[in-house]
Unconditional design. Sequence first.
Length: 266
Amino acid sequence: MKNIIRLNNGVEMPMIGFGTYQMPPSITERCVSDALTIGYRHIDTAQCYGNEREVGLAVKKSGIRREDIFVTTKLWGCRGFKDTLSSIDTSLAKLDLGYIDLLLIHEPTGDYREIYRAMERAYQEGKLRAIGVANFLEEHFHRLLQSAKIVPAVDQIETHVFRQQGAMGKILKSCGTVHESWSPLAAGRENIFRHPTLSHIAEAHGKTAAQIALRFLYQKGIPVIPKSTHIERMKENLDILDFELSSDEMETIKSMDKGKSLFAWW
């Protein structure tokens, strides 16, 4: 399996991305530069993270061709059509990369159907290569589909071994929308880095519990965007392509699903 997934409009997105959530602007450029140096080609940011400018600087200074780097950002605080068009232009200016590879609505607030209509406009104008949503579960996702002219390419939702989102994943797959994971390592909760089930499987593969947790999602076709500020952990999170979990191991990890948010989320 290659580290690429094809979106519903034909655009290719790396399945292992580098997250920048809660990453202070003061260290973002350095962290993103490290990530790009060791092989990441998908960087995930958002307006509310306050570090779009630093992400753009790291990409521009990397020496890597723009078309070889996939950048995701997310809208925040938009209420309707007109302010969304302005907000998109603000992100384009801060990133200063010519275009945005994937733009998401960060959560289903405001008039998200009008927000999405503005995104469709920007997509048709070539400012965005793909559009989608984040944190849209069944009710909001279906409501958006009633008015959307372009089916969302991605829905980025809380997904990890303790909340596997099987039912929502099936809905997204049936619509041709990629199910992407945020917080694939559960922000370290539930003892994930030393969890006995994951650790036992990890020992058999010469990997870490974190790598098993990431590989589980990856093997299910779910893109992941782990975050770290340490280059050794960045390398570890990227190093999940040289082994495969057995069907029995996948079933064992599947049984870890608690079916609820660890973050008091939807």
